[in-house]
Structures are given as structure tokens and as C-alpha cells.
Design a protein around this ligand. Structure first.
Ligand code: EPU
Length: 327
């Protein structure tokens, strides 16, 4: 069976299991101890067919686990579509997830790479997550503090890689006095254009959606996995040297000694925006995103990614890292 993925890469799975409950997951793990975990297929590049058994995590359900006058603890099962869950929370009037609207993928895979956008990361709103140990089938609850979250990183990509499958995630959201993050990028400007001065969380999400739609390709129309590269974090000394040569190089301060620079800008400055090798290409509106114009293979997209990496290293002396998981 073909493995569904937002890059629209053709790759087959020898064994495919649709997992719809925790019990099914535990039973499957008793049979197979080396699963290939599939959520929304939105952060992977498949360069070969998959011989491991594919576990498609399809657990569904959204419940309130606790509520006070001001806050709500909302739990979503891992197979819920991330964007639908975000919109569901906003429909209830809850605040916290608005900046993370229109990110592809499912709830269960969102903590793995600590998804983030417009100044908010999942670590800022997550309360805990539940996961099943692949080897012992025991359930473990990870508090946010136990997840070792960092920029696009977590314990699930780090020291516990391959050891746990997330089954549900609980978020702590606001019911009133929402703490909105509207300073990042064009959010404030877009709200002003709409004449909104006191936005609701849903209005912030609407603006985020319109910004994302203008820059990022819709995988239903053009295969992609969002940002293919991470924004590199370099020494501030190094950044200052580069800035003398490229005064318009954008940056975000990480800490006293480190600065983050946008990979999209670096790739763009190499003249690669819109560059194509056959059906694999650098997106025309956002150079951070690699796209499949139709028939690209995973190997072809990977070859393009290495080419982009080389060009950026040659011009700026910066090593880009892949954000997307390569299989
Ligand atoms: N830029 C260019 N050319 C490009 C792309 C970007 O010059 O082709 C410049 C922009 O003008 C801007 C800067 O680079 O000055 C940053 O661009 P943008 O605000 O679009 O954000 P980004 O750093 O490229 C990151 C995340 C996105 C997230 C946005 C908004 C990473 C790897 N990517 O992109 O996340 O939506 O910020 O918060 O951190 C994703 O992870 O899939 C993703 C899309």
C-alpha cells in the first residue's frame, strides 16, 4: 500500500496497520517491535519503500479534562488533524493555539518536533502528553518539562527516539484574558488592515491563516512538507561579520552569544528561489520550502536539498540542517 504523505512521494509499505485505539496499539506492538510511526505524513521525505510495519495512528477524540473559571485543559487524541483541532478550540472561544493555525499534520506528531509559528511553539501551550513505550507497552505521561523542548526539537527526537508513540496531548488554554502574541511578522499589520484593535484568538488565527496561505504551498495542490530546513543558529560574532557584508540579513536574537538567521533568506540570496531540478523545486514564494511538482522521487528531492545546503555553505559558510525527517 502507498504511504500517504504531503510531499506526494510514491513509497510503498509492506505492512500497514490502521491503529484506532490504545488497545489496538498495544496489540500491534506485541506483534511488531519496530514500527514506522505515521501521523499526518506531513514532516517526512520518503526516499525508499518502507520495510518496517507502518503504524498509522488514527486515534480520535477531543475532551475537556479539567476546567476552572479562567482556564481549560483540553485533550486531543493523537490522530486528530492538527488544524481542525486548533479551529475546534478557537470555536469554543479558547485562546492559546491561534498562532499555530494551518500547520499540517496531526496532534500526536506535533510535540515530536515542537511545531512553532509566529512566536509560539507547542511547548508554550502544552500541559502534558501520553505515550506508549514501544518495548514494554507501558503508558507514560510526559509533562511539558520532561519533553526537553527546544527549537524544533524534543525528547522524542532526542534521547527517547523510537521508544515512544504519543497517543494524546493535553493543552492548557485560556477562557478569558487571552495572552495573544501579535508582535511577530505581519500579524499586527494585517489586524490593523482589517480595522481590528482588540482581536479575539480566532481573529488572530484568521490573520495567521491568510499570511500562511500567501507564502506556503497547499500540499493538496503542490506536494511539500513545510519548512524543509531549520533556521540555523550561529554565533553572534559570526553573524556580525556576515552582517557587514550583508547589512539586510534578518536575524532573531537567541541569547547573548547566539543568533538565528532565516534559512529562507539565505537560500533566496543564493538565487535559488524558484530553482528546479526536474520535478523537485525550491518554492517560488518561500525558499525554505521544497516542493514536488508532480513526479519527483524522494531521492530527487533529497538531491536538491543537498545542492541547496552546498550553495548556502559556499556563499555564507553556514551549514543548514534538515527540519524534515528523511527515511
Ligand atoms: N525570507 C526571504 N526569502 C524567502 C523566505 C524568507 O527573504 O524566500 C525572509 C523574509 O523576508 C523574512 C525572513 O526571511 O525576513 C523570515 O521569513 P518568514 O517570516 O517567512 O519565516 P521563516 O523564518 O522563513 C519560520 C518557520 C515557519 C513559520 C514562520 C513564521 C522555521 C524553519 N520555519 O519560517 O514554520 O511558519 O517562521 O513563524 O522555523 C514550518 O515549520 O513548516 C514552517 C512553515
Amino acid at each position: 500500500m502507498l504511504i500517504p504523505n504531503t510531499f506526494n512521494i510514491k513509497a510503498e509499505a509492506d505492512t500497514y496497520l490502521a491503529i484506532r485505539s490504545e488497545r489496538e496499539l498495544i496489540e500491534a506492538l506485541k506483534q511488531y517491535s519496530n514500527p514506522f510511526v505515521l501521523g499526518g505524513g506531513s514532516n517526512m521525505l520518503l526516499t525508499t519503500d518502507v520495510t518496517q510495519p507502518v503504524f498509522h495512528i488514527l486515534l480520535k477524540g477531543i475532551t475537556i479534562v479539567k476546567e476552572t473559571d479562567d482556564e481549560v485543559w483540553l485533550k486531543a487524541q493523537a490522530g486528530e488533524n492538527w488544524h481542525s483541532f486548533v479551529m475546534h478550540s478557537l470555536e469554543q472561544g479558547y485562546g492559546g493555539l491561534e498562532n499555530l493555525a494551518l500547520i499540517y499534520g496531526n496532534v500526536g506528531t506535533a510535540p515530536v518536533q515542537n511545531i512553532g509559528a509566529y512566536g509560539v511553539e507547542i511547548k508554550d501551550v502544552m500541559y502534558s502528553c501520553e505515550a506508549i513505550n514501544v518495548h514494554t507497552q507501558e503508558k507514560r505521561i510526559f509533562t511539558t518539562g520532561e519533553c526537553d523542548f527546544a527549537y524544533r526539537e524534543s525528547v522524542f527526537k532526542g534521547k527517547e527516539k523510537g521508544n515512544y508513540i504519543i497517543t494524546a496531548v493535553t493543552f492548557k488554554l485560556s477562557k478569558h484574558n487571552h495572552h495573544l502574541h501579535t508582535q511577530y511578522g505581519a500579524i499586527q499589520e494585517k489586524l490593523a488592515e482589517r480595522g481590528i484593535t482588540q482581536p479575539t484568538p480566532k481573529q488572530v488565527a484568521e490573520v495567521v491563516i491568510s499570511i500562511r496561505e500567501s507564502k506556503l504551498p497547499n500540499p493538496a495542490e503542490l506536494g511539500n512538507s513545510g519548512s524543509f530546513f531549520k533556521n540555523p543558529i550561529i554565533l553572534t560574532d559570526e553573524y556580525q561579520k556576515l552582517q557587514q557584508q550583508y547589512p539586510d540579513m534578518p536575524s532573531y536574537t537567541v541569547d547573548v552569544t547566539h543568533t538565528k538567521v532565516p534559512a529562507g533568506w539565505l537560500i533566496d540570496r543564493c538565487g535559488l528561489k524558484g530553482y528546479r531540478q526536474g520535478d523537485a523545486g525550491v518554492h517560488t514564494h518561500q525558499a525554505l520550502v521544497l516542493v514536488n511538482y508532480g513526479k519527483a522521487t524522494g531521492q530527487e528531492v533529497l538531491a536538491l536539498a543537498y545542492y541547496v545546503k552546498e550553495e548556502v555553505a559556499k556563499k555564507f559558510g553556514i551549514t543548514l540542517e534538515f527540519e524534515v525527517n528523511i527515511f
